[in-house]
Design a protein around this ligand. Structure first.
Ligand SMILES: [Zn+2]
Length: 227
C-alpha cells in the first residue's frame, strides 16, 4: 500500500502563474508546490470512508475545523453529510484536497503562522496526479509538512488507529522551531536530554523521532544537526 499516495516532486517558489486561482493568495508569497499521485486502482473504494478518516484527523489537528474552504470539503466531511457521496463522487480529488489542508494545518501548527492559503489542481492526464500549492514562509517546514501529510493520510486511509507518533512528531517539530538555539548545539546528546525531560520521553524514542525529522529534511543530524 506504500504507493497509494506518492509525492513525485516538491518545489519552492512564487509560482505567479497560479496566483489568480485563489484570491486569498498574498501578493508575491512563496509557496511549496507538491506534485502528488493518488493511485485509484489501489484504493479499495468500498472500504474508504473519508468522513471517518477526517474525524480521526481532526482529533490530531483540531484547527482543521476552522479552515475556510472555498469548496466546503471540510464542512461536508465533518458533518458526515448524507449527500456527501453524491456531491463528492471523486474521492481521489477529495484526498488531494484534504492533503492541501493538512499541509496548511501542519505549517500553522509548527510555525504559528496565522494565515495560509492553498489550491489543488488536478491533471487531465493522468487524472490521478495533482499539483498542490500552499503558501509557505519556511521551505524546510513546507517540505516537512508535505512529506508528513503523505504519511499521515496513508495511515488514515489504511489503518483504523492513528499512531501516537504523529502527535509526538508534530509536537517535537513545533518545539524545535520555537527553540532554534537547541538546533545549534554542537552536540546532539545535551539536546536529546533536554527534549527527553521536556516531554517525558525515553531517549530511544527521542532519537527515533529525530531520525524521522532528519529523513523529512527538518533537521540535519550530520553536520552538528543544524537546521
Ligand atoms: Zn479547501
Amino acid at each position: 500500500m506504500n504507493d497509494l499516495l506518492q509525492i513525485r516532486e516538491i518545489y519552492y517558489g512564487e509560482f505567479p502563474e497560479i496566483c489568480g486561482l485563489n484570491p486569498r493568495f498574498k501578493p508575491k508569497s512563496k509557496k511549496v508546490k507538491v506534485v502528488v499521485d493518488i493511485n485509484v486502482p489501489q484504493i479499495q473504494k468500498g472500504n474508504l470512508d473519508l468522513s471517518s478518516a477526517f474525524g480521526r484527523l481532526v482529533r490530531l489537528l483540531p484547527s482543521l475545523e476552522r479552515h475556510q474552504c472555498g469548496e466546503h470539503l471540510l464542512e461536508d466531511l465533518g458533518s458526515g453529510s448524507k449527500d456527501f457521496l453524491s456531491q463528492h463522487s471523486d474521492q481521489i480529488t477529495d484526498i488531494a484536497h484534504m492533503m492541501e489542508h493538512v499541509i496548511i494545518d501542519l505549517q500553522a501548527n509548527i510555525t504559528g503562522m496565522d494565515s495560509c492559503s492553498g489550491i489543488t489542481c488536478g491533471y487531465k492526464d493522468p487524472s490521478s496526479r495533482f499539483d498542490l500549492f500552499v503558501e509557505c514562509r519556511n521551505k524546510r517546514v513546507g517540505v516537512f509538512s508535505a512529506l508528513l501529510s503523505i504519511d499521515l493520510l496513508r495511515a488514515l486511509l489504511t489503518k483504523k488507529i492513528l499512531s501516537g507518533r504523529f502527535r509526538a512528531l508534530i509536537s517535537l517539530a513545533k518545539y524545535l522551531y520555537a527553540n532554534k538555539s537547541l538546533l545549534r548545539l554542537a552536540q546532539l546528546e545535551p539536546a536529546v536530554a533536554r527534549i527527553s525531560s521536556e516531554f517525558g520521553w525515553k531517549r530511544r524514542f527521542v532519537l527515533s523521532l529525530l531520525g524521522k525529522l532528519r529523513d523529512f529534511g527538518f533537521i540535519d543530524l550530520k553536520h552538528s544537526w543544524v537546521a
